[in-house]
Structures are given as structure tokens and as C-alpha cells.
Write a protein that binds this ligand. Structure first.
Ligand code: PEP
Ligand code: MG
Length: 768
């Protein structure tokens, strides 16, 4: 059965469109189960009716014509109950409905199973049999349920293909369909989709022997040289937008093209007698297989880079011109796998948004997009990419949503958000040098989270009072080896100098989980619960010591460094880290550097330490809550997994209770406590945190002006009352609505991000 199932799924996956996919399903299932009839009915969201979409055994003329209300007949009953219905004598069932146009009166036994994709009812798969004596047995029922579960996502994908062109199942026009992915970079973009394909197809290259080995070698070397030049050209074009350490990504590409790397291996195969294209295909495929088999997300993503390089080389080898892509002024770049190199192909000033089927908020491209301020949606897994070229697209980088060919109503909705954002920022510029203080005189420090130098420039212009979190792993991630002490010192000095005399909080390397370094692979079954953050660096003191040494030396003469330790789950980790930091401090002073001992703090990210705040606080100078991870671990919801994204809620009562407790316990031993997770940059979240007594809020530079404006316009007393009210509630959604309502009542409705619910009110959603 398993192999039958696998074959059906493969065949359906290869179908050209929904109709073909459905025809394959009904004929293969009928064959496999030996039934007289197999039919599939899909629920048309436009009419809310089940439509007969394909059948084996009923009259073909009825396909597309027979339909029933969503609670009508046995099909409607399966849909309403969301479970299989297995009847020996269907016509005697009170819900049986007779459709003469299908020729169905001849059939008695009925087995219908629902087709459900991510909680959404897509349709019903039915088998029928003439003899009344045949009752489908348990095994057959289980088979049909398995087929339906496996095919649901394929059907959803094919259905989305139709939806993108604005057509419902019946061919009627539909209104705005929303595709959901993962937010990559915040903001809203409205523009024209430009789908980037790679011209060369490695899979299509035939296996052939080289006719002239020398000639093949020459051809290949020339291709490598041209691609190298292409990459250098792209890096140059981006050089005014990116800092040198960000441009280092292109060095990674160039080093893959070094003689000893990929070209060396292709060369060797050509010498063995394989023609250049075949040799390239063999080597690239081997590399890709190798990387894709790795469990580690970051390393798997390197396969993308290899594939991109392979295609570029192949296209040069084939002497085919690179597809002459036209990039309109408002380009939304769309691809299966956007690579950093693709970004560089877009003329300066033309790129307004990015859409990538693969990747997460941790991908290189998302990091670059954030640095460049380009709204981005990643992980749009079900979207039919090749349907988006030339379409008008709306990219909602706040919510991770995409709309194709928006209605004028939806476009106006998002255009308003774009205009409001722009206007809001213009209006908020005046606040730059004003303190973040409530109307009754309560002061909160507003800090920024940085990783790249581009963030720093924006932070300064938005009036940040310091850096609450410098993610040091970011400069590590865009290199192909550990940066040296001197290199690190230069990165750190830039950050420290830019903000001096204000504090700059540098977090020690936080790798592991979803953040990996190509040159330091970590393979684990359960990476978020594994070797992460401080656990890695304490096991590798040589990494930790060099990093702290570079930080301390960089702080000479500035005295504004603070060091923060990530992923602490035990007091002993803090003690060990402090011991190492003191050791480096004394060594560096002995070397003659005039440095001061920096303040040292810990991140509160693991639920266990919520119950050990006093013990921790007594040992360090400050605490900072990483609400992104704390939420993930408290709720047991992977922060990067779009499937459970709706369960990830920082307004969850348990998260709020934990946050209250952390602030109270830190203050009870006289230590300051801040927060540097995304919640701090959410105006409503910031109000609650301020009311809880958090001393500093550290956020994305783009969120800072709004948060400052909200806090400056309310009293702490008012916020405290709001907090008291929401702490009595038991649902994250109700809490969020309550906070939003309070903001609206105070006149801050325009500060709220386009909430899922409000965009849903305009857009009929399909889950993607
Ligand atoms: C956090 O976990 O909230 C945090 C700020 O750290 P990161 O997002 O880098 O894990
Ligand atoms: Mg974290």
C-alpha cells in the first residue's frame, strides 16, 4: 500500500494543474481500491458549495456542473463532521441526496473522507460501489484517509495556482487571496513581481564524454572567470548600500569558485573524460546532496548558494545569454530561493520588496533585507512562483503575507499603510531628541537591536539612547571562517564609537538553534533544545575568550561596553562566564590597555531562570529578557515554524505573568532589567512592559519612534491600570484586542500594524 501511495503522490505532484491532479487522484484511487466510483468534490470558497471536480465511474458530463451546498447531502455531512462516513446502504441515509445527472442511483455503498489542509476544509474524496453487500472495510477506510491527508497540500498548492490568476474553482473571479509565510523584514511594499529563474537547468544536462578534453577545460575555465567577474560586479554595485562585512557574503561565493574548491573538482572530472557541462552537473549535484542531507538549517541553506553558482556556470558554459530581466522601478523580487547575488542584479533604487518560497527569517537574504530596509516575506511554501511574474503584488513584511493582483480596495488599504508609515516617520522625526517619558514623569530608556552597521546609522537618526542588543553572531554569519580578534575588534569598535558615551550591550556569540555558521556545523535532532548560545561558547573557551578580548580592547577610551550572556539556564554558567571575563580583563590590562571592567548581564530566555531571577541578579549588573526565545520555550512553539505560528503569542497570559515576575524579582534585589525581544518594539507590548517597570526597551530601529510617541502620550498610572486589567484575562487574543482597543481609544490606532484580523476582513484568506 505504501508504494501505491507514494506513486500516487509523485504522479499528482508532477501534474500540470489542478484538473490534471484531480483526474489522476480519482483514477489511481479507483484502481488501487478496486471500486466502481471514485470522485472528488472541492469546496469552492466563492460559492461555499462542494463542486464535483473529477470522477471515475459517474457521468463525466456532470463534472464541474453538479454541486451541493456546504451542508447538503452525504458529501456535505462528511465536510461538516470533518470525519469519514462509511455507509453500506447510502440511499437509506436521511442525508442522502440524489443527483440524476451523475448516474449515481446505481450505487449503494459510500465511503467519503474529508480533505483538510491546515484546518481548512478543501473538499471530500468519495468511493462508491454498486452492490449493497459491500461495506468498505477498516483497511480501505484507513487507506482513503491516508491518501486524502497526503494529497491535501498538493491540492491546496494547485488551487492556489488558480487563485493567483484570480479565478475560483468555477472559473469565476475571486477577491483578494492572502498567502501566508514568515515575516522576513518589516514594512509594506506594493510593486510588480519579477520572478527570477536561473536560465540554466542542471538536471537537463546529458551525460556525455568529452570530445576534446583540452577544449572542454578551456571552456570551463573561461566560464569560471566570467562568473567571478559577474559576482565582483554585483558586489561593487551593492557596495554603496552595504558595509564591507555584509559584502563579505560575496567573498564566500568567490571562495567557492577558488581553484581548490568546486572548479578544481570539475577540472579533475573533465580530465577523466567527462564533458564540461556533465562534469559540472556531477560535482554540483554531489555538493548539493551533501549539504541538503545536513540537519542543520543554515548548512542546508548553503546548498542554495551552490545551486545558484552551478546554474550561473552552466549558463555561461552554454553560451546562453543571461535572461535579460527587466526590473521596473517598484520591483518585488520573487524566487524559489532568493540568493544574495540575485539582490545585486536589481538596479539601485528599484527593489521594493522580496518574496522567497524557501528560507526563514534567519536566512542570509532576510538578514540583508532587514539591513537594506526592504519588506520581505519568506517561507511561502505553497505559492506558485511562476504565476507571479508581472503581477501586482502586495508584500506585508509585518505579518509575513502576500497578496497577488490586489483589488482596488485592498491596494488602497495597504497604500494607506505605506503612506501612513512614511508620514508617521516624518512626523516622529521631531521626537528624536526628546526623552521617552510618560506624562507623569516616568522615564524609560529606548535602545536598539543591531547586527549590521546599516542598523546603526538608522538607529542614530531615530534617536536611540544606546544599543540594548548587538547580535555579534551576525558578522560571524557572513564570513566563511571565524573572524580574527583584530577583525572582531574593528566591528565592535564601530558600534561602540557610534553610540559613545551611551551604552552598547554586546551579546556573546549566540549560535546554535537556527543560527549556524557554515564553518562550524552543528548537527542535532533538536537544535533549539541543544547546543546553543552560552553552552557552545563555554565548551569552546577559545572562541569566548577571543571575543571578550576583542570587545574589551575595542572599548578602550570609550568605556561604554556592556557584555550580555545568551541562553543562560544555570547559575554555574554565569559564574564560569564571569570568571573568564575577569581573566581576560586582567590580561588585557596587563597588556597595557586602559580599559574599565564592563557591566555584565544575562539574558532571560529560558523559563527555568524566571524562577531564579534573584540568584542571577545578585551575580550580575543587569538582566535583559529575550522575549522571542522566552515565548518560544514557555509555549513550546518553534519561533520559525510557520505551521505553528498562530500559537506563538507574546501576549499569552503565561508569558505576561513571567515578565511581571522577572521585573519584580530583579528590582527586589536592586538590579535594572530591560527587554530586547520583539515585544519591546510593539507599541502595545511596550506599554505593558513600561507598566511592569522595565527600565529599558530595546527594539528594531524602525519601531522606536512609534514606541516613544505612545509612551510620551500616556501616564504610567493609565498603563498600570491597563496591565492590571489584562492580567485578569485568560486568552492571548482577547488580551491583544484589549490592548489594541486601549491604544485606539487613546488615538493611536494608526500605530497598530495591519492586524491579521483587519486584513482578513478585507481579504478572503486561503491558508498557504
Ligand atoms: C530573544 O530571544 O528575544 C532575543 C532577543 O534573541 P534572539 O532573537 O537573537 O534569539
Ligand atoms: Mg534569543
Amino acid at each position: 500500500m505504501l508504494s501505491i501511495l507514494r506513486n500516487i503522490v509523485q504522479e499528482v505532484n508532477a501534474a500540470r494543474d489542478l484538473q490534471e491532479a484531480l483526474r489522476i487522484i480519482v483514477s489511481r484511487v479507483q484502481e488501487a481500491m478496486g471500486t466502481e466510483v471514485c470522485s472528488v468534490y472541492l469546496l469552492d470558497p466563492a460559492s461555499n458549495r462542494y463542486i464535483l471536480m473529477a470522477t471515475e465511474g459517474l457521468y463525466q458530463e456532470s463534472v464541474g456542473k453538479v454541486s451541493m451546498g456546504h451542508s447538503e447531502g452525504l458529501v456535505g455531512l462528511v465536510g461538516a463532521r470533518e470525519e469519514p462516513i462509511n455507509l453500506e446502504d447510502a440511499p437509506s441515509h436521511p442525508r442522502y441526496r440524489y443527483f440524476p445527472e451523475t448516474g449515481e442511483e446505481r450505487f449503494r455503498s459510500f465511503l467519503g473522507v474529508p480533505i483538510i489542509h491546515r484546518r481548512r476544509m478543501l473538499g471530500v474524496l468519495v468511493v462508491q460501489q454498486r452492490e449493497s453487500s459491500r461495506c468498505f472495510d477498516e483497511g480501505e477506510e484507513a487507506f482513503l484517509v491516508t491518501v486524502s491527508a497526503q494529497l491535501a497540500s498538493v491540492i491546496a498548492h494547485s488551487e492556489a495556482t488558480g487563485a493567483i490568476s484570480g479565478l475560483s474553482l468555477t472559473g469565476e473571479e475571486t477577491k483578494d487571496i492572502c498567502f501566508s509565510g514568515v515575516p522576513g523584514a518589516p514594512g509594506v511594499a506594493i510593486g510588480t513581481g519579477v520572478v527570477v529563474y536561473s536560465t540554466a537547468d542542471l538536471d537537463a544536462v546529458p551525460e556525455k564524454a568529452a570530445e576534446n578534453i583540452e577544449q572542454e577545460l578551456e571552456l570551463f575555465r573561461a566560464a569560471v572567470q566570467t562568473v567571478r567577474e559577474d559576482i565582483q560586479r554585483v558586489a561593487k554595485r551593492l557596495s554603496s548600500q552595504l558595509r564591507p562585512e555584509e559584502l563579505a557574503l560575496f567573498d564566500v561565493y568567490l571562495s567557492m569558485l577558488g581553484d581548490k574548491a568546486l572548479p578544481g573538482e570539475v577540472d579533475a572530472r573533465i580530465r577523466e573524460g567527462v564533458w564540461a557541462q556533465g562534469a559540472l552537473k556531477q560535482v554540483v549535484k554531489q555538493y548539493i546532496r551533501h549539504f541538503e542531507m545536513m540537519d542543520d538549517l543554515y548548512l542546508r541553506e548553503r546548498a542554495v548558494d551552490i545551486r545558484d553558482l552551478g546554474r550561473r556556470l552552466l549558463s555561461r558554459l552554454q553560451e546562453g545569454e543571461e535572461k535579460n530581466v527587466e526590473y521596473p522601478e517598484n520591483t518585488v523580487l520573487v524566487s524559489e530561493e532568493i540568493t544574495p547575488a540575485m539582490l545585486g542584479e536589481v538596479p539601485k533604487g528599484h527593489l521594493v520588496g522580496l518574496v522567497s518560497v524557501k528560507g526563514s527569517s534567519n536566512s542570509h537574504v532576510a538578514i540583508l533585507a532587514r539591513a537594506m530596509g526592504v519588506p520581505t516575506v519568506m517561507g511561502l511554501v505553497d505559492i506558485p512562483v511562476n504565476q507571479l511574474d508581472g503581477k501586482e503584488l502586495v508584500v506585508d513584511g509585518f505579518e509575513g503575507q502576500l497578496f497577488a493582483s490586489p483589488s482596488s480596495e485592498l491596494r488602497a488599504f495597504y497604500q494607506e499603510i505605506c503612506d501612513e508609515e512614511a508620514e508617521l516617520f516624518r512626523g516622529l522625526e521631531a521626537l528624536r531628541d526628546k526623552p521617552c517619558e510618560t506624562t507623569d514623569g516616568h522615564r524609560v530608556a529606548l535602545l536598539v537591536n543591531t547586527g549590521l552597521m546599516t542598523d546603526v546609522a538608522r538607529s542614530l537618526s531615530h534617536g536611540a539612547e544606546g544599543i540594548g542588543l548587538y547580535r555579534t553572531e551576525v558578522p560571524f554569519m557572513i564570513k566563511d571562517r571565524f573572524p580574527s580578534e583584530q577583525e572582531q575588534r574593528e566591528y565592535y569598535r564601530e558600534q561602540l564609537e557610534a553610540f559613545a558615551p551611551n551604552p552598547v550591550t554586546m551579546r556573546t556569540l549566540d549560535i546554535g538553534g537556527d543560527k549556524a555558521l557554515t564553518y562550524f556545523p552543528i548537527q542535532e535532532e533538536n537544535p533549539f533544545l541543544g547546543w546553543r548560545g552560552i553552552r557552545v561558547t563555554l565548551d569552546h573557551p577559545e572562541i569566548f575568550l577571543v571575543q571578550v578580548r576583542a570587545m574589551l580592547k575595542a572599548s578602550e577610551g570609550l568605556n561604554n561596553l556592556q557584555i550580555m550572556l545568551p541562553m543562560i539556564s544555570n547559575i554555574s554558567e554565569v559564574e564560569e562566564s564571569l570568571h573568564l571575563i575577569y581573566r581576560v580583563y586582567h590580561e588585557v590590562r596587563e597588556e597595557g590597555y586602559e580599559i574599565h571592567m564592563p557591566k555584565v548581564g544575562v539574558m532571560v530566555e529560558v523559563p527555568a531562570v524566571v524562577y531564579q531571577i534573584r540568584e542571577l541578579a545578585e551575580r550580575v549588573d543587569f538582566l535583559s529578557v529575550g522575549s522571542n526565545d522566552l515565548t518560544q520555550y514557555l509555549l513550546a512553539v518553534d519561533r520559525n515554524n510557520p505551521r505553528v505560528a498562530q500559537l506563538y503569542h507574546s501576549y499569552h497570559p503565561a508569558v505576561l505573568q513571567a515578565l511581571v515576575r522577572v521585573a519584580q524579582d530583579a528590582h527586589s534585589v536592586g538590579k535594572p532589567v530591560g527587554i530586547c525581544g520583539e515585544l519591546a518594539g510593539d507599541p502595545g507590548g511596550a506599554l505593558l512592559l513600561m507598566a511592569m517597570g522595565y527600565d529599558s526597551l530595546s527594539m528594531n530601529a524602525a519601531s522606536l519612534p512609534k514606541v516613544k510617541s505612545v509612551i510620551r502620550n500616556v501616564s504610567r498610572e493609565w498603563a498600570a491600570q491597563l496591565l492590571e486589567d489584562v492580567l485578569l484575562l485568560d486568552s492571548p487574543h482577547v488580551i491583544k484586542s484589549c490592548v489594541d482597543l486601549a491604544l485606539r481609544n487613546e488615538g493611536f490606532g494608526r500605530y497598530l500594524r495591519p492586524a491579521r484580523s483587519s486584513s482578513a476582513a478585507l481579504a478572503k484568506k486561503t491558508s498557504a
